[in-house]
Design a protein around this ligand. Sequence first.
Ligand code: GCW
Length: 723
Amino acid sequence: MNKQLINIPKSLLCNCIDECFANKPAEDGYKLWLRYAPLPLETIDALKPRIRGLMSGAMSQTLSIACTELERGLSSMLLDEFACVSTTVPFDGAILFGTAKDHPLIAEQRLLLEPLGKEGYLIKSVEIDDASVTLIVGNDDMGVLYGCFAFLRMVQSGMDISQLHLASVPKLDLRMLNHWDNLDGSVERGYAGSSIWDWWTLPDYQDPRYADYARANASIGINGTVLNNVNASPMILNGDYLKKAAKLADIFRPFGIKVFLAVNFATPCVLDGLETADPMDALVRQWWKDKVAEIYKLIPDFGGFLVKANSEGQPGPGDYDRSHADGANMIAEALAPHDGILIWRAFVYASDPGTDRATEAYDEFKPLDGAFLPNIMLQVKNGPIDFQPREPFSPIFGQITETPVVLEFQVTKEYLGQATHLVYLGKAFEEVLRFDTYADGEGSTVARIIQGEIFPQRFTGMAAVSNIGNGRDWTGGIFNQANWYAFGRLAWNPELNSEDIAREWVRLTFCSDEAFVEPVVEMMMSSHETLVDYMTPFGLHHQMATGHHYGPGPWIDDLKRPEWNPSYYNQADEAGIGFDRTDRGSGAIRQYAPELWGLFGDKHGFDEKYLLWFHHVAWDFKMKSGKSLWDSLVIRYDTGISNVEVMQSTWQELKGYVDCRRFAQIEAYLAIQLREAKWWRDACIAYFMEVSGLPLPEGHEKPGHTLDYYKSLNHPFAPGNPE
Ligand code: GCW
């Protein structure tokens, strides 16, 4: 056996091992941003006087997780052995962590703790009895655990920790992942392997990965998870599955993560043979109450339900001529005695052909504002359509004022190149969060709306469709980890700066060498715009091929419902291109605050990034650059491609900073991205040339193939599209 191994040609093993990577063992990405790589010796020397030992008091389950994390992280980064010691005698270089009830020295700091509220933490350098001590404290165990993770981040980044004073309190109550995982193990829009939940072997076998998952989430402040797809199988509420969910809840609990389930509105009929799921039916109402009581017996701190109703074929109250509020209130009433929350999705469309899809969620829910029970939250996608590479914010933010609104992002990149394209979503999320809704005058940003700063909200929250699967690197690519990370950090504090988050992630995930960090951060920060350029420039949207949404299909116009067709969204014809949402068109801009009508309604005034979202524009329309729209479009597509080339060469120059395995994956993915960017550019340009009859501007290459060739491509096994 050994002999055989020795005979394997070296080139098949890892051709770079002997070269620049000899000092960097291959990594598969499993450790995410929690690698705790040994720090350079000078940094260790500088940190050591402030980190001599770990000091604690009584330990709950959560605090022993904090202790293990500190021991593990510090031992590995500082190349020394650290162990928590229970003592009340302060010593120089002690890290003292816990809550007031665990330790008398922390109890003495009561005043410092007050502003930390729930889940908040304070990391502070103090002198106690002539000893320099670093406090990591909170009012509750989770605050302490979050503080420990934050402290470890600082150490890993090589920060000066001698004069620390950092207090941080989460700005949103609910910071939650939504898994679109099916009970058969497939993941809708999942590009990272199968579901990490092995429903079949649960509850008897608990894959150690479940705890690793909870730990990773806790490290960035995520405190809720919806285990299953919003296109929900009624089976999730079957007794056996509830026991499986309960086991996961047991594992996640000490990490501060509450379990939620997505439920199918017709479950009473499918699971227990009720004749109707009508929310006004007494038997149906009782069924939900009984089911909820059964769940709380198994999971006493169960979070609640997430519901997608009357959307894309899912059942809902509309099937019985009842409103969304009728349906939601029935389920919320069942959850209320247990302090459960009902999260109802606003993602609905399917009214008359001829209605602009972008207006439907607002039209449906605005009249219901105020009609929902107090334990209901409305979960709203960031834009009015559907997680497109770029969308303006959904008009629901700021216009629905009496119902708590949760912002839903998509971390899995369904419409953004899926697993392989390098796109840092932190930047895109920030763009949404900073959008001014003018709901209550200037400064009513989406970030402030969801924090309840403009209109008070009983609960606040942010959710993201997860990109996690059972692949070793969790997210189907190293750079996709940054999007999970950025979501967690922004859900903790929606005002954070996406560039700072990127820098933090790079330091933790790779290394802190500035010569590496800065070019990578630059690459990440420009990556979203790059993708928009080669996929859907100037506000184009939903140009993806049918079903799997992989690759371009701007010509598609024969699907059953008009709003399923990319041609519906581009409206390209001989005269021009773009969707008119002004008063001449669908009038969608009127759903926003009046301050925005003029801005969105003016072709010349607003940011050209959104031009074709709001306007149908002549091909020869003069852009701010003085060039025609057509020429500008072609230029944008080409810019997108050249920027992918820039990313490729940047990455090549960074060889040697990263172990060979992760380096090679990113290198290969960038090559795929370049090939697909060209495909997007060529296919879209070929189609728009045919529709407009216009020639390419001088100096720009013809598409590599005919339009028929691009139309003929099909991808039957593209992932993430389980039928
Ligand atoms: O973007 C669309 C996806 C569907 C998804 C839906 C939703 C879970 O293509 O796969 O269904 O959004 O958000 O409900």
